[in-house]
Design a protein around this ligand. Sequence first.
Ligand code: PLP
Length: 507
Amino acid sequence: MLARAAPAGEPGLTDAPPPGRHTSRPLTLPGDVMRDAGRHVIDMICAHLDEGAAEPVTARLPPQTAKELRDQPVPLSPADPLQVLGELGPLLRSGNTHPDHPRFLAFVPSPGNYMGVLAAALAAGFAVPTGWSFSGPVSTAIEKTTIAWLVELLGLPPETGGLFVSGGSTATLHALTVARDTTAGSQYDRATAYCSDQTHFSVGRALHVLGISRDRVRHLPTGMDGRLDVRQVEERVRADRRAGLTPFAVIANAGTTGTGAVDPLADLSALCSRHRLWFHVDGAFGAAAAITEEGRRAVPGLPLADSLSIDPHKWLFQPAEIGCVLLRRPELLRQSFGVPHPSYLSGADGTDEDLMQYGIQQTREFRALKLWLSLKVFGARAFRDAVAAGMQLAEDVGKHIASRDDLELVTAPSLGVLTFRPIARALVPRDRLDRITDRVVGAIAERLAESGDALVMPALVADRRVLRLCTINPRADVRELEAVVDGVAALADELITDLLTEPRRTP
Ligand SMILES: Cc1ncc(COP(=O)(O)O)c(C=O)c1O
């Protein structure tokens, strides 16, 4: 029971808490209530994981609900945890789009796994420390081991090491900080970086945070294949040097978000050696392919990277947040981020094991536990099979698209991503048909999202609007995805006819 009397004018504090639900000690609950609440939460999660595929992919709640949530006053009085959880359930079930849904085919899905979810709860439940090895010897050992497992599974040089961070954006920020410190040094006000026009925006943002202004980032154009042209990079590096600038890093893609394209990693690595540049690979999404045999062939040259970003919360099936930065010389992280041992810890010696010395955070979530626990429970072979299944699914769906004469496969499956668009046929000029198709692509994505059947986003490939599918959820079913494709074709037919027969609405 909340014993404190409310000061005059303070609303709510005199309300009695629900009987038996709260203890007299602040912010605690009796053991049986904790267990009831925990069981309720686990039931909610299991129902979502077991039955969520039959629910709509996209948010269903009226916009009014979000407004009401925003307008809620601070809750001053206690409430029954089961009642609050009961109210939360429908909001979580229907109030957001589900990136772990098997027909969530947009962005990079987050398929997640149950052991990862439990690991997140355990890490929070035990308030596990991870920054200092004296307070977290086990968590430090688990993180280091999990990094070593990841390095081995990806086929990277054994000396590679790194850190779990919040996601791909932060991983790249860590890597490029080291790149800047190591390669550009005090010249960083003149530093230039090189990447493709397909590179994820997190790279430009990381460089901005590091003080590399936008006009010093060379987003070099790519063609239909979405890959960097090595000769173009080299010419630009030379031109910048001649102009008195300081080229310091090439950032390559191992799987662009748009089409899954992989830059020529080996050739770019050789270029970086020739010009003494840092070679970072953004594999936030695609590097996980390297845990399979066929995927490793799709990202050749990954072991040549000076640094690599990889997101276990994408294609290694972990719940957000868990990203990872890996370096061939992990001690460089310490050179960039390490701090002198603080005076308030004079009794405890710092060691090389203190993970807070290798990144920007001191207090760190025990993210490693998600990957560690799910690898222990399912085994690495299950992860390999799941990654391979995602690539195979894209191949199968790609064949289905190619077999239809009303759809065009625009970019072939690469690392579980493909793009396609309807083929409009009519006796009207080509450019008008293209404009109509562009409009239809956007309308199809909207209609699918409204129906809740699937989430597919439009993208741009060589200035043409396409529909993009990312098929990495191992719980996705090939027949269901073929049905989504057939639905797209039927919708396209309807919309194209509509636009062609209503001249006023035709672009
Ligand atoms: C290629 C690539 N790099 C970086 C990121 C950013 O990762 P995060 O959202 O975990 O910060 C993404 C996210 O989709 C990505 O696809």
